[in-house]
Design a protein around this ligand. Structure first.
Ligand SMILES: Cc1cc2nc3c(=O)[nH]c(=O)nc-3n(C[C@H](O)[C@H](O)[C@H](O)COP(=O)(O)OP(=O)(O)OC[C@H]3O[C@@H](n4cnc5c(N)ncnc54)[C@H](O)[C@@H]3O)c2cc1C
Length: 377
């Protein structure tokens, strides 16, 4: 074994969610440890221009933005490890994480910010520039990149809800959107299909496999090479943008024996907090968000996860997915805030005088004191 580390806050992932959690936890003097994983800086490091991250009026290159996040986290004392978490034991606190490099890491609280990966076709021309045309006309995010395709002809690859949503959204900008699907019918739900099929700017090409994305780093995307999977016939289709919309995979496999997830692998969080089913483990960013998947929402939930971890370490109750609240000592506040189950099983009233409040009395069910250690200004 390489070394054993023991920290109050360990953050898995260094995308916008993980690094924002690090900035908050570091400023609360919790000396967080961030484990970079396979993609230091996260998904934005494989894109070019980011125009929708607030605070950068002229836009900013993805890698440069993520370097700013990292520098800000380092400024307040965040530690970093360049390695990959390949095993965890979340059965008791401190939680234990093992890395590919042989570290054993003990964590009083754990923030999972391991993100998600867009699924790709694995065809020539698809890789991020300079190897391919990724960022030069190839994208997997219409919200992020649709704006760059005003008046252009775009192809969307896929046949599920994601593809229908991306295609419909892209008609705001594009002159024409062509959905290319490898079957002769869509997998998308009826309502999404109806919206797309009823949109006069959307066409469909059926039973077609995309074999290659055509273009150069000078021209950007110029078209795609298609093969009809019924007849084998090959053809080229001219377009200026290609959106791959075949789904996303959260990077959460290493946690799957411990954390509650949906069928795809997105971690379930409380909604009103970033708590998971295990007290002391929080999740943020794309690892738990199948809907918004933006840098700013990832950063926002990273902030929430860090504040939740701070509260938990300060012995304050933190909401869980069941609606109950838990403390680090193991007290459980019922979802209606009426009672507390103590670690030894004793159930007590959650009212200051032990009595239920008089009807109509304006009495808070739980008294939330801010942590004595306020964030340093
Ligand atoms: C090409 C592209 C362009 C985009 N453009 C925009 C845009 O313009 N604007 C916008 O708002 N959003 C954009 N997005 C979406 C945005 O990048 C994501 O929503 C955001 O990065 C999610 O942040 P995150 O921190 O949750 O996860 P990620 O950025 O996915 O980071 C995950 C982190 O977890 C680490 N990790 C994973 N597994 C492990 C493990 N086992 N052990 C340790 N570490 C691990 C990874 O190395 C990585 O550091 C784009 C995405 C892509 C792919």
């Amino acid at each position: 074994m390489k070394e054993t580390l023991h920290r109050e806050v360990v953050i898995v992932g260094s995308g916008p969610a993980g690094l924002t959690a690090a900035i908050y936890a570091a400023r609360a003097e919790l000396r967080p440890l961030v484990i970079h994983g396979p993609q230091p800086g996260g998904q934005l490091t494989i894109t070019t221009e980011v125009e929708n991250y607030p605070g950068f009026a002229e836009g900013i290159q993805g890698p440069e933005l993520m370097q700013q996040f990292e520098d800000q986290a380092k400024r307040f004392g965040t530690e970093f490890l360049i390695t990959f978490v390949n095993k965890v034991d979340l059965s008791q606190r401190p939680f234990t994480l093992w890395t590919e490099e042989g570290h054993e890491i003990k964590a009083e609280t754990l923030i999972v910010a391991s993100g998600a990966s867009a699924k790709w076709l694995g065809i020539p021309g698809e890789a991020p520039a300079p190897e391919g045309l990724g960022g030069l006309g190839v994208s997997a995010c219409a919200t992020c990149d649709g704006f760059f395709f005003k008046g252009k002809s775009i192809v969307v690859v896929g046949g599920g809800d994601t593809a229908m949503e991306e295609a419909t959204f892209l008609t705001r900008y594009a002159s024409r959107v062509t959905v290319v699907h490898r079957r002769d019918s869509l997998r998308a739900s009826k309502i999404m299909q109806d919206k797309a099929r009823g949109n006069p700017k959307i066409d469909f090409i059926w039973n077609a496999d995309v074999k290659e994305i055509l273009g150069t780093s000078e021209t950007g995307v110029k078209g795609i090479k298609l093969q009809d999977n019924k007849t084998g016939e090959e053809s080229e289709f001219a377009c200026e943008g290609v959106f791959i919309a075949i789904g996303h995979k959260p990077n959460t496999d290493v946690f799957k024996d411990w954390l509650d997830m949906d069928a795809v692998g997105y971690i379930k969080t409380a909604g009103v907090s970033m708590a998971t089913n295990i007290p002391g483990v929080f999740a943020c960013g794309d690892a738990q968000d199948s809907v918004y998947r933006q840098a700013v929402t990832a950063a926002g939930t990273g902030c929430m996860a860090a504040i939740d971890a701070e509260r938990f370490l300060d012995s304050l109750p933190v909401a869980t997915p069941t609606g109950e609240e838990v403390t680090i000592e193991g007290e459980v506040v019922s979802a209606d805030h009426e009672q507390i189950t103590m670690p030894d099983g004793e159930v007590v009233s959650n009212h200051p005088d032990g009595q239920p409040p008089a009807e109509g009395a304006n009495q808070p069910a739980v008294v939330y004191a801010r942590p004595s250690t306020e964030l340093p200004s």
